[in-house]
Design a binder for this molecule. Structure first.
Ligand SMILES: Nc1ncnc2c1ncn2[C@@H]1O[C@H](COP(=O)(O)OP(=O)(O)OP(=O)(O)O)[C@@H](O)[C@H]1O
Length: 596
């Protein structure tokens, strides 16, 4: 089944795959946990049998039966307690271990997908957010399956006991079945509703985060949207919770009806044993005890079945993610060139974000020559960052192709391509590590090589940031850590830029407004130094692509791409574009005037 369709995978294959997963993670513990769950059920369910023996022994004055009954009762009590304690320990260990293994599995699966579509599409995000929640419960639910089997054993033994009075007592189970069916149906309905209201749940959590965390705190206070956030969060919570509560109430009525039916059958069974069947005192006692236990075990089975359903729901999402990850596995087998000879060519490249019907880029044709410095300009939303994402192979063009020295970028493995790329982005991440590592992770194999880190700092013009840190590159970044310091936004950005300069021997360097927080003069100097390096010829044909809104910076580039409303409208050097007196010239004129 395609993982990109709306349907979650089917029930049985899901069960098989999830069990295999747990078995691979903890083979001994899973067998032991299951064995204990089954064993634990036996002494418990034999309770009614010992009572029957005891009652018959007393009625018949048979001391052997009385002794057997007493010993059986004592054995059942002690055995139950002992096995429960042991099973509890084994199962706790199993749960912790398998839980850790599953969390790692989910994180690995997500990271394995070469594109970032699943992290930007709302429908996938909803499914993933439910899965992330459930990952923490999945371990409980393996145990629910074992308990379900354990309660199955209890049911079978108890049923055999009541049937020993009269085979028609098996009808008790028939009357109990609607409770199981209603319970299973209830969780199916809840699962459907949970999925339908997942966007509201994500929203109310997001709004809670916005209202309570540090990053948005200033804007929240200045704009005084605090109360509004609380109101919106409440609305989102209602939109999430109300349909869930309604569906629970609706199904609760059915549940009450099913249980009433069973209760009537139980009372009838006791009355029939005492009157119609003229049962002995022991038999009546057995039906009373085993019958009430039967209802208890049916409830237990139904409850466990409910948990198992939840577990299966989480498993279905997990299997969906597995299929998604394997369907999106990178099968490209091309070889990345050692150095660029010709460059990167976009041939009729158009792109639409999955799930949308607007072109983010339309029919773009251009060659970025090897060894060149390319600038990309354009209005907000013109498609600049999208172009960077396509060049980074985070997405593939919807139509057309990107060719790297004659080879379609689709044929180059994403991981290998990115290993030969470096990037600094406007929405950079603040890695709260010691400064040297926060920069060094830009080239993991050299994360601990101080000269490489220092070189990256110098190339990014971040020496001033490091000089101000109390222990230089050893300073812990991030105020919430022991001895950690906070940096200004611009300083964080320079750290991110240095990270983007860690890698040597790159073929493509993407700078997507990485200097937006820096002043125009600093950005200009930095870009001049990038351009000098690029033109020194020592870069192996590396192409540097810079997105910037500052035309004073952009003019240094060898080639300028002007995007407008998702189309590439002009291409050329600064001089050529000025001479053409088109969009670029007009925008350049406006900005130059503003600076006069
Ligand atoms: N993940 C996404 N899903 C759907 N649409 C998107 C996504 N990211 C961007 N878009 C849309 O694609 C278009 C191009 O966006 P893009 O981010 O490439 O613009 P940009 O030129 O980089 O803008 P800015 O200067 O504001 O950074 C916009 O209409 C935007 O709304």
């Amino acid at each position: 089944m395609s993982a990109t369709t709306e349907q979650l995978p089917r029930f049985l294959p899901t069960l098989r795959r999830s069990m295999r997963l747990a078995y691979e993670a903890e083979p001994k513990l899973i067998v032991l946990s299951l064995g204990m769950a089954l064993l634990e059920a036996v002494p418990d369910s034999l309770f009614a049998l010992w009572l029957l023996l005891l009652a018959n022994g007393i009625a018949e004055g048979d001391n052997a039966k009385i002794l057997a009954g007493c010993l059986g009762l004592a054995g059942s009590g002690v055995g139950s307690w002992l096995l429960q304690t042991l099973a509890g320990r084994v199962q706790r260990t199993f749960r912790m271990r398998v839980g850790a293994a599953l969390e790692g599995h989910v994180a690995r699966l997500q990271a394995r997908v070469p594109t970032i579509e699943h992290q930007e599409r709302p429908d996938y995000l909803d499914r993933l957010s439910v899965l992330k929640e459930q990952t923490f419960q999945l371990d409980h639910m393996y145990l629910a399956l074992f308990s379900l089997l354990g309660s199955g054993v209890r049911l079978v033994v108890t049923l055999a006991l009541v049937m020993s009075v009269h085979p028609a007592m098996a009808l008790l189970l028939v009357f109990a079945l609607p409770t199981v069916w209603v319970s299973a149906r209830r969780s199916a309905v809840t699962q459907r509703v949970t999925e339908a209201v997942a966007p509201h749940e994500r929203r109310h959590r997001h709004l809670f985060m916005v209202g309570t965390t540090q990053a948005p705190a200033k804007e929240v206070r200045i704009s005084r949207i605090g109360a509004d956030l609380v109101r919106r969060r409440r609305e989102a919570w209602e939109a999430w919770y109300a349909p869930l509560a309604r569906s629970r109430w609706r199904t609760a009525w059915w549940q009450a009806a099913a249980w009433s039916l069973f209760a009537a059958a139980y009372v009838a069974a006791v009355v029939v044993t005492a009157t119609v069947l003229s049962g002995t005192a022991g038999e009546v006692l057995l039906v009373v005890t085993a019958g009430s236990r039967l209802s208890q075990y049916v409830a237990m089975t139904a409850g466990n079945a409910d948990f198992v359903r939840m577990w299966l729901d989480a498993s279905q999402r997990l299997v969906w993610l597995e299929s998604y990850a394997s369907e999106h596995r990178d099968t490209a087998d091309g070889v990345i060139p050692e150095r660029l000879r010709d460059g990167i060519t976009l041939e009729q490249v158009s792109f639409r974000y999955p799930g949308t019907d607007r072109w983010a880029l339309e029919d773009v044709n251009v060659t970025l020559p090897a060894g060149s410095v390319v600038a990309v300009v354009g209005d907000n939303g013109a498609g600049k960052s999208t172009l960077m994402k396509l060049l980074s192979r985070f997405y593939e063009p919807t139509s057309g192709r990107i060719v790297v020295d004659g080879v379609d970028l689709r044929r180059l493995p994403a991981a290998d391509w990115r290993a030969r790329m470096a990037g600094a982005y406007q929405d950079f991440f603040t890695f709260e590590l010691p400064a040297s590592q926060s920069i060094g992770v830009g080239d993991l194999p050299r994360v601990d090589q101080r000269p490489a880190v220092r070189d990256a700092v110098r190339r990014a013009g971040a020496d001033d940031v490091v000089a101000r840190l109390r222990s230089g590159l050893d300073t812990q970044l991030g105020p919430t850590w022991d001895g950690g310091v906070d940096l200004s936004f611009g300083q964080w950005q320079k750290v991110a830029l240095a990270r983007g300069f860690m890698r040597d021997g790159t073929l493509l360097q993407i700078l997507d407004e990485p200097t937006a927080a820096l002043d125009a003069e600093t950005e200009h100097q930095l870009f001049e130094s990038f351009a000098r390096q690029a033109r020194s010829g020592a870069t192996g044909g590396r192409i540097t692509v810079l997105v910037s809104h500052r035309f004073s910076t952009v003019r240094i580039a060898d080639l300028i791409l002007v995007l407008q409303g998702s189309r590439l409208v002009e291409v050329g050097s600064h001089e050529q574009l000025m001479a053409a007196a088109g969009t670029y010239a007009e925008l350049f004129g406006i900005q130059a005037k503003a600076y006069q």
